[in-house]
Ligand binder design. Structure first.
Ligand code: TXA
Ligand code: MG
Length: 346
């Protein structure tokens, strides 16, 4: 199988891609669809056999629940067993947008979506494509990121094609993702709200609506060995597993005062500069000894938008190492820092 790729850059193309995607998911097939965060691999969330196809295509462990995407508050509430007051407040502030709310699971949501757990993650994306498909087929769509398990998430149709092009029937090209890293996941199913995965809607913005919201310890400390999971059952937030979000090249975040300083640190790590992709935003290496130097603006939103595509390029170029200039330590950068720390676990 080679995936069909449908463009969406005119109203007529957009409409026919919606029709095609809705037709596929309605008959239990899967399709890679654009969102503002990363591309998702979508299936009818109410059809266990269809959701199984997502797991199979990704090679994803069944202990990892998938996010259900909706196109209205009403459908989100219908997917929930109970709709907490805090969910209403967070949805009013941030939906549609890059926020996933974990709430008690509704009776129609199958085990394969929640990995057997009692909660479901729900998101109403701001990219118009998935909401349009949901309206066309009347179904909520389960969709994890459209990458092979443990690999880097796709932020373009081309990234999806390279990882999954021979495993899925359809990729809808909605352009480059405007946010660029995965959504913030907030669990509002318990007494206290918990940020399970940081993202571009950062902790201070969440706390302005949900006072007292805490981040999971594994989150804030970037501790690969701690998962808030205790005992059996689905992982509380498998996105927190060590080898998530990783490029093939080994990645390190380093602070450097000058290019010479960077070169000395690289030499001390036995890193060969000619096989090394540097990602810089402030102190830019200029010498030409590196395989490539990517410059991403020191603006958290622009940085998030550009980061994964630089990491994909480094992998495609066969880089052995990716050295990333250390990021500012402020709330706006926390989601990006989280992904880079996870990508540097090996
Ligand atoms: O931005 C995004 O969230 C993208 C796009 C496609 O919407 N999706 C995405 O899905 O990143 P995925 O499956 O790659 O990551 C979903 C994260 C994982 O960390 C998963 O464990 C967590 O959300 N999650 C999903 N349902 C959950 C639940 N019921 N309880 C706790 N965590 C959940
Ligand atoms: Mg993922």
């Amino acid at each position: 199988m080679k995936a069909e790729i449908l463009p969406t850059h005119t109203p007529a193309l957009f409409a026919s891609a919606v029709t095609r995607a809705a037709e596929l998911v309605s008959r239990g097939e899967i399709a890679a669809l654009p969102t503002e965060t990363v591309y998702g691999l979508a299936a009818n969330a109410l059809d266990p056999a269809a959701v199984e196809k997502i797991y199979a295509a990704k090679g994803r462990p069944a202990s990892n629940p998938v996010i259900v995407h909706v196109g209205s508050l009403d459908l989100a509430i219908r997917c929930a067993g109970r709709w907490p007051e805090l969910a209403s407040r967070l949805a009013a502030e941030f939906w549609p947008g890059p926020l996933t709310l974990v709430v008690p699971r509704g009776p129609g949501i199958p085990d394969v979506v929640t990995a057997g757990g009692s909660t479901v993650g729900l998101r109403w994306p701001s990219h118009p494509f998935i909401p349009a498909v949901v309206r066309a087929c009347g179904l909520p769509l389960a969709a994890p990121s459209a990458n092979l398990s443990n690999r880097l998430s796709p932020t373009s149709a081309d990234h999806v094609y390279r990882q999954l092009g021979d495993r899925i029937p359809l990729i809808v090209d909605g352009g480059d993702c405007n946010v660029g890293i995965e959504s913030t996941v907030v669990d509002v199913s318990g007494d206290e709200p918990v940020i399970l995965r940081p993202g571009m809607i950062h902790a201070d913005a969440i706390r302005a609506v949900a006072a007292g919201c805490v981040a999971t310890a594994s989150n804030s400390k970037f501790n690969p060995n701690s998962n808030s999971n205790s005992g059996a059952g689905p992982l509380r937030s498998p996105g927190m597993l060590p080898l998530h979000y990783a490029p093939r090249a080994r990645l390190r975040c380093l602070a450097w005062k000058s290019e010479e300083d960077l070169a000395q640190q690289a030499a001390a790590m036995s890193v060969n500069p000619s096989k090394t992709w540097v990602v810089a935003h402030a102190t830019i290496p200029m010498s030409g000894r590196w395989a490539w130097v990517s410059v991403i603006p020191e603006d958290s939103e622009a940085y998030a938008r550009g980061l994964y595509s630089e990491l994909h390029r480094a992998d495609e170029a066969g880089a052995e190492w990716i050295l990333v200039e250390a990021l500012p330590d402020t709330p706006e950068w926390a989601g990006i820092a989280d992904r880079l720390h996870r990508a540097s676990r090996r």
